[in-house]
Design a binder for this molecule. Structure first.
Ligand code: SF4
Length: 107
C-alpha cells in the first residue's frame, strides 16, 4: 500500500513540476500573440505625445544611449519581438526599437 502512495505522490509532483514550467511559457506565448494583434501606437496618440514616444529610439534626443522599448521594464513583448505591448499603452503595441520618456531599465 505504501508503494502505491509513493508512486501517486511522485506522479503528482511530476505533474506539478510540469505545470510550473508550462504555465509561464504559455503565458509568454499568449502575450506575444495578443501583442501581434494590437495596433501600433500612432504619432497622434495623446499618451504618445505626452511621453514623447518615438518608434526609433535613435531619433529621441533625450534617450539615454542604448535605451529602447525592448530593454524597458514596462515592455511586454517577447525578447526577440519587433513590437509588443507596453503597460502605459493598454491595447496597443510599441516598437521594440522605440522609446519614450518613461523608459525604465529592465532588471
Ligand atoms: S514605457 Fe518603456 S516600453 Fe513603454 S513606450 Fe516607454 S520606453 Fe517603450
Amino acid at each position: 500500500m505504501k508503494q502505491v502512495t509513493d508512486e501517486s505522490r511522485r506522479q503528482l509532483l511530476k505533474k506539478l513540476t510540469l505545470g510550473m514550467v508550462l504555465v509561464p511559457i504559455a503565458g509568454a506565448t499568449l502575450r506575444a500573440a495578443v501583442a501581434d494583434d494590437m495596433p501600433l501606437v500612432g504619432a497622434d496618440d495623446p499618451t504618445a505625445k505626452a511621453l514623447k514616444y518615438v518608434s526609433d529610439a535613435s531619433k529621441a534626443p533625450e534617450a539615454k544611449a542604448g535605451s529602447k522599448c525592448a530593454n524597458c521594464s514596462l515592455y511586454q513583448g517577447a525578447a526577440d519581438s519587433a513590437q509588443g505591448g507596453c503597460l502605459l499603452f493598454p491595447g496597443k503595441s510599441v516598437k521594440a526599437s522605440g522609446w519614450c520618456s518613461s523608459w525604465t531599465a529592465k532588471k
